[in-house]
Design a protein. Sequence first.
Length: 229
Amino acid sequence: MSFHDKTEISSKEEWIRLLESKELNRTNMNKLIMNYLVTEGFKEAAEKFQQESGVCPSVELNSLDDRIRIREAIINGRMQEATVLINQLHPELLDNDRYLYFHLQQLHLIELIRSNRVEKALAFAQSHLSEAGEDDPSVLSELERTIALLAFEDPHSSPFGDLLQPAHRQKIASEVNAAILKMEHQESTHPKISSLLKLILWSQQQLDKKNIKYAKITDLSTATIEGPK
């Protein structure tokens, strides 16, 4: 009997039983959760989780305050305030990372469009973003998508409406957060749990390429598993 024959699992139920038979160290799970909270700057949640789990964060939690203020400014659409706070914390950051600076400027433009200040939006794009678009084709593409919002009576329902969704602000907030952590020489600029999830996706892709039957996780957020196909 080949190794493949010995290890082949034919049903979803068998996979779940196998998974449930594997023990996970609770301390390791708690450390992953704490790493996520600290890396993403969720100070209050980290403090409460420390009390409940006994896991100590890898940094002093008060050091999260600056990142929290910056993230909250971005999440609430206050891009100019966020830019000022970033410059106060790390004056060289946006000078060295022009793509990140463009994203903050782009978000400010989006907020002008969101509030229907069309003339201000066009003037801001012309004075602050046009040169960036000329120098970088990827920036130009993003800028064109943003300006295209002005062509629609209801930008939210346009093909570019994703730019107006809270998820886009969160994406840029995460980019800024990672850039600050890198500036501060933190061990990790992204939560370790995200690396584990990416590893799952990569592993499944490799199994798919080899046409191996396995129970596939089809939704990471709910850990939904489909039986082998």
